[in-house]
Design a protein around this ligand. Structure first.
Ligand SMILES: [Zn+2]
Length: 84
């Protein structure tokens, strides 16, 4: 029996993505984490995010499963995002 497993799903520390906590009342955080096309005007929906600016620009339902961290230039999988 394992006693030191840090993750309840058993995936282990090496496989688990780092959690990214986003405080959506913090305007700096809102502008740091943007949709893959660089917009801050997204909203969380069922297990993913939806970008209002992409919808206005392209007339489609812009659904994404990752955010772009403009500070690091890397994408953050939605599964790792924790909204405050
Ligand atoms: Zn967008």
């Amino acid at each position: 029996m394992q006693t030191t497993e840090p993750y309840p799903d058993g995936s282990g520390e090496a496989d688990a993505p780092a959690r990214v906590v986003i405080d959506r009342s913090d305007s700096l955080a809102r502008w740091r984490f943007v949709c893959p096309n660089g917009h801050a005007d997204w909203d969380p929906t069922n297990n993913h995010l939806w970008c209002a600016t992409c919808a206005a620009l392209h007339g489609v339902d812009p659904e994404y499963w990752e955010l772009l961290d403009k500070k690091t230039g890397e994408t953050v999988p939605w599964a790792a995002v924790v909204l405050r």
